[in-house]
Structure formats: structure tokens, C-alpha cells
Design a protein around this ligand. Structure first.
Ligand code: FAD
Ligand code: SF4
Length: 434
């Protein structure tokens, strides 16, 4: 067929490269279809906040967006077009949009079905309520870097308010001990503002709630009193250790385990009521993220220290009787991973009849643990009381006591929208718009 043997060799090489390329692309497409099907079955098609929308008419299927995403295969190519195959894992890096040579990607908040509430915030981070500022993910932009930058810049705006440094009140109450709250607190320290920082949980914000894994930072940020921060890739544990180091080095004080419950306007300032005290302040910086406050069971005994609202380390439950409450992915993941620890007895209680809200992978893990006798599922069931060594569970109209050393409630969170509205902050619900 080819007169020149060299041309024949080149042609064969070309065909081989093409076959390998097509094979890889097919495999990647099969993975994308599997991910997308699993997300669809679990009803997990709604991204949390900022995410890409791909115009299939513009998309040329080059795959640049797929490889640009720092989170891995969240986008995939199906039928030669980019698709958001794991929408619920998208955290809004926006690297896909920058990488797209065809301008086929728009970044938007919310979807047609599920609106995302975004508060009105001016370029100086002030809300429509003068004196109340918002920084970080609550304002709509995710990512550790944005939170750090916004926290720092918001304090610059607070400094310009009339009345700062005067009177017997705080200059600013900073709410939240995540990246935005930490950066804001350091900036407040640097500028010698009179401030207090309160955090309902522990240091580090949303990051502290991740399952173990890596975090990616695609651009540097400046942390007051510390300098430039650019982790590129860092494990959650190392990032939390970094924040602890920052607190130790600077002597920053954060009131942990204290939640802000109510804000009242008084003259040109505010009264901030928390679970522990009431503070008088000229201004407030809300750096509370978007995860909200964990939903409680509201049953007697819930205040016991053995009740927690997230799983940190399954190993700590070795040899214990553990109750997990909830039916979403975090509940199923918690129950299955504790059941894998030696000597544990795990009960999973959920108020519905099936785990339709959870991913197939997690449902399969739970089914496996159940069939090996390491996990018992009580559905539909309801927790009635939490006692020192037992819990009372009602199922099918009958109550029973089960042995218990620890309770993990994974019942979702109460989003901050109602709190924002209660203090007069205007919130817009975005349905797939920028
Ligand atoms: C699974 C996942 C993976 C991610 N991966 C990355 C990544 O790789 N790279 C990246 O840059 N970003 C990543 N992010 C996003 C990043 O974690 C967030 O954008 C960032 O933490 C936002 O910081 P924040 O300070 O605005 O809010 P948060 O980190 O959410 O902190 C808010 C804090 O406020 C506290 N709080 C809330 N309400 C109250 C109240 N009423 N009173 C007192 N305290 C209150 C909360 O307990 C919380 O600690 C990821 C997010 C998720 C969910
Ligand atoms: S980078 Fe743009 S053109 Fe290329 S696959 Fe992604 S969306 Fe399509």
C-alpha cells in the first residue's frame, strides 16, 4: 500500500497513537457516564454555589476544562461535549472557565431548580445595613484564598467607619473562625482595633469538617501579621495545623463554642447576643460561611458531651456502641467507617424508609456493613431520649432502649439566610445567574 517503508512506519505509528488516544478517551467517557449516572440516581445534581454552565453549541470538546479543574474529574466529556458530571463536588475554583479556548463556560450561582441565596454586599463588603459587613463564602465566592483576601479587605473598610476607636464598645465583632474570620481578626489585631471573634465550633471553618483529603490553592493570599500564603496542595490536617500555628504565633484569641444568635441595632451600632454573652459594638463582620449551624434533634439529653454533629476520626469509637442519626451521605459515610473499626456496634437511625438522598457508593457500603452484621439500620425511626449509657429509639410505634456510648447527628444544617433576613440584610435568590 505504501511505496516508502518509512511512510508506512509513520502511518502505523500515527494509527497506534490514535488508537491509544481513542481508547483513553473512551475509558474517560465511560468513567464520566458512571459518575454522572451515580450523581443523577442520588439526586446530587445541584452544585453548592458558584459553578460552570457549558454551552454545548460553543463547546469544541477539547477537554481543557476537564484537566484544568484542581478537584479532579468533576467535569467530563460525554458525546464530545463537556458536562459537569459531579456537580455536588464543584467548589467554584473557576479554573475551567479560564482554560476554555472557546468561551463556552459561564460561572453562575444556583440552578433553575435550586436557588442559591446571595446577600447584597457592596465592593467595600458592607451590606445594605450600614455597619454590618460580610466576607468569605457567605458573600457567594468560595475558596480559602478569596475568604482570606476578603476578610482582610473588609477590616480595611471597617477602619474607615465613623466612631471607630471611640466609646466603650467594641469596634467590630467578628463572627466565624474560618479563613475569612481568621484573616479579619489578624487584620483587626494589626490595626489595633478593639474586637472580639466568636466561633460556634472550632478553628478552621468548613475545612475542619472535610473528610480527610487534600485542599488546593491556585493563587496566593496575604494573611495580616503573617505574610504571603500559598499552599498549592495541602492536606486538611496540615492546613489546620497551620491555622493553629498562626494563632499561637500571633496570640490571636477566638472564643470557640460560642454562637451568635441575634443582632439588634442600637443607635449607630449593634448589640450582638451570643450563647454566652451580649456585646455592644460599632460594627459586625459576618464571616460565617454558607454551611450554617448543624440541625439538632431537639430531644432530652442532647446537651450531653457524647453527642456530636460530625465525624472527625472513626478510630476514636473503637470498642464503642455508636448511634449515627441521618440518611444523607455524611451519615452513611460516618456509620460505614465507624463500623469498619474493630469492636464497634453501630446503629444508623433515619426518619425515612430508604436512603434515596445518598450516593450509590455509600448505600452499597452501608449494605455491606449491614450484611456482615457490623451495622444495624433502623428505618423509619426517631430518637426520643439520650441517656448516659443508652438511647431511646421509636420504630413502628414501639420504643426500645439501645446501648450507647456516642451519638453522631448528621441531620444537615440550618442555612444562614433566615438569620441574615432577621437582621435586615437583603438576600437575592439566584437561579443560575452570575
Ligand atoms: C468538600 C469541600 C472541599 C473544598 N476544597 C477547597 C479547596 O481545595 N480549596 C479551596 O480554596 N477551598 C475549598 N473549599 C472551600 C473552602 O473551604 C471555603 O470556601 C472556605 O472555607 C470559606 O471560608 P469562610 O471563612 O468564608 O467560611 P467557613 O470556612 O465556612 O467558616 C465559617 C465559620 O463560621 C462559623 N459560624 C457560622 N455561623 C456562626 C454563628 N452564628 N456564630 C458563630 N460562628 C458561626 C462556622 O462554624 C465556621 O467555622 C472546599 C469546600 C468544601 C465543602
Ligand atoms: S474547555 Fe471549553 S471547549 Fe473545551 S471541552 Fe471544556 S467547555 Fe468545551
Amino acid at each position: 500500500m505504501f511505496s516508502d517503508p518509512l511512510i508506512a512506519v509513520y502511518a502505523l505509528l500515527l494509527v497506534a497513537i490514535l488508537v491509544i488516544y481513542m481508547g483513553r478517551r473512551k475509558k474517560a467517557e465511560a468513567r464520566s457516564i458512571a459518575k454522572y449516572t451515580s450523581a443523577t440516581e442520588a439526586g446530587l445534581l445541584e452544585p453548592a454555589s458558584l459553578h460552570p454552565v457549558i454551552d454545548p453549541g460553543q463547546c469544541i470538546g477539547c477537554g481543557s476544562c476537564v484537566s484544568a479543574c484542581p478537584e479532579g474529574e468533576i467535569l467530563g466529556l460525554i458525546d464530545g461535549k463537556a458536562v459537569l458530571v459531579e456537580p455536588s463536588h464543584c467548589i467554584g475554583h473557576g479554573a475551567c472557565k479560564t482554560a476554555c479556548p472557546a468561551d463556552a463556560i459561564t460561572l453562575v450561582f444556583g440552578t433553575e431548580k435550586r436557588g442559591v441565596d446571595i446577600p447584597h454586599v457592596s465592593p467595600s463588603f458592607q451590606t445594605n445595613v450600614p455597619g454590618i459587613f460580610i466576607a468569605g463564602e457567605l458573600g457567594g465566592m468560595g475558596l480559602v484564598r478569596n475568604a482570606i483576601e476578603q476578610g482582610r479587605q473588609a477590616i480595611e473598610s471597617v477602619r474607615r467607619l465613623n466612631g471607630i476607636g471611640k466609646g466603650r464598645r467594641y469596634d467590630v465583632v467578628i463572627v466565624g473562625g474560618g479563613p475569612a474570620g481568621i484573616a479579619a481578626s489578624l487584620a483587626a489585631m494589626q490595626h489595633k482595633l478593639r474586637f472580639i471573634t466568636v466561633e460556634q465550633d472550632s478553628l478552621g471553618g468548613t475545612v475542619a469538617h472535610f473528610p480527610r483529603g487534600k485542599l488546593v490553592m491556585t493563587a496566593p493570599a496575604t494573611l495580616p501579621l503573617i505574610g504571603k500564603v500559598n499552599f498549592k496542595e495541602i492536606s486538611k490536617e496540615k492546613l489546620l495545623a497551620f491555622w493553629k500555628g498562626v494563632v499561637n504565633k500571633t496570640g490571636l484569641k477566638i472564643n470557640f463554642g460560642e454562637r451568635v444568635e441575634m443582632v439588634t441595632q442600637v443607635g449607630d451600632g449593634f448589640q450582638v447576643k451570643t450563647t454566652r454573652a451580649t456585646y455592644s459594638t460599632r460594627s459586625i463582620l459576618l464571616a460565617i460561611g454558607r454551611r450554617g449551624t448543624p440541625r439538632k434533634l431537639d430531644v432530652p439529653g442532647e446537651e450531653s458531651p457524647k453527642v456530636v454533629y460530625r465525624l472527625i476520626d472513626p478510630e476514636q469509637y473503637r470498642g464503642q456502641h455508636v448511634l449515627v442519626v441521618g440518611g444523607g451521605d455524611s451519615a452513611l459515610e460516618a456509620a460505614a467507617s465507624i463500623a469498619e473499626e474493630p469492636g464497634t456496634t453501630v446503629t444508623l437511625s433515619y426518619r425515612s424508609e430508604n436512603f434515596s438522598r445518598a450516593k450509590l457508593k455509600n448505600r452499597e457500603r452501608v449494605a455491606k456493613a449491614q450484611s456482615s452484621g457490623r451495622l444495624t439500620c433502623l428505618m423509619p425511626s426517631e430518637i426520643k431520649r439520650i441517656l448516659e449509657r443508652e438511647v431511646e429509639v421509636e420504630q413502628g410505634g414501639r420504643s426500645r432502649m439501645i446501648k450507647n456510648d456516642a451519638v453522631i447527628v448528621c441531620a444537615g444544617g440550618i442555612l444562614p439566610t433566615a438569620f441574615l433576613k432577621s437582621i435586615g440584610i437583603e438576600v437575592e435568590t439566584k437561579y443560575g445567574t452570575a
